[in-house]
Design a binder for this molecule. Sequence first.
Ligand SMILES: [Mg+2]
Length: 410
Amino acid sequence: MPAELIVALAALVLVLAALAFVVGLWTGHRRLRGRMEELHGRVASLHGDVGTLPDRMARLSGQVEALDGQVSEIVEAPLIARAMVHPRRVALVLNPIKAEADSVRQRVAAAVRQSGLPELEVYETTVEDPGQQMARDAVAGGADVVIAAGGDGTVRFVAEELAGTDTTLGVIPLGTGNLLARNLKFPLEDLDACVNTALHGTARQIDSIDIKVETTDGTTVRNTFLVIAGAGMDAEVMGDTRDDLKVKAGWLAYGEAGMRHLPGSRKEISVSLDGGAPQRRKVRSVMVANCGELTAGMDFVPEARFDDGLLDVVMLSPRHVGDWIRIAAKTLTKSRHKIPVMETHQATRCRVVLHEPMAAQLDGDAIGEVRSIDARVRPDSLRILVPASDVPDSAAAPTMKPESVPEEHV
Ligand SMILES: [Mg+2]
């Protein structure tokens, strides 16, 4: 090959190599520019994302708070369920001899209609059955709220059927004493407010007390009460209060009977608390209380609370008028100071043997003479609708431990 050709070919190769280098450089530059632009775009987008970060953090924080609220609601759900009852079907157990009976029937039926609930079922009590079968029929008919409209007796018999069940008790107090309603701060003078409470009140659990008495013919009778049961003077007064005076003078009628029964002899009893050894006493009256407010705002047993899981045993042993004055002063001043003629003890169950028969009463209803009383508290056994502003839960109050009965010579 001639030397000129070799030089020409080498020059060509060099030119081609230079061209390839230039083309490669140009292509690489373009690719780099593309990548740079892409990177720039991504940086700009990232910058935009950083800009919206505070807003997104705020949104996330809001979502966390909402979630926290939902968790709190779930935690508090049992309390809310306790406080709110939405009746599905309401029944009324009514004592038809009460003066306001017809008015109550109409008002409750109207309130039930206004609430969009199924038509009210009404069950009237009779002399033979003051409420038990009616309450059973109401529950069997599907009622989840059973309203007892009448005196403490009607409330007691309906409560006896509802205690220990999921059915809620409503109360429309139409009696003379209205002891339970008084203790739960019902607006006794306002019938419409009581009707509203019986349907839309706040639900709370209260204790009921199971009682077993042995009558003078040896029969054993079992009942439930909610306020106070007793034997002795308290029962004599309840059994001897004139009905005509009750209508005319209300609770003052009990005062009239009380004055007549003040003089009277003390009787011997034996009391045992929580299965302890029986202790002998001589009393004018022995009572078992679930709550202690009586008529006219008299708080007879200030320690007694209807949701503390305890019953309060009260023994009155006055010898003369001076002792009665001491008891009256303690009661009227709501004093917790202990006096010897008014002995009080707390327990979950008690047995009282009356060495000679004594007249007895349950929540103000005289039940005749009995030989013994056995009482046992059923804590939180009854769900009842009460006014929104009723007395606070016992959980907030100081608790008292059951104590033993000290020895005393009588
Ligand atoms: Mg109690």
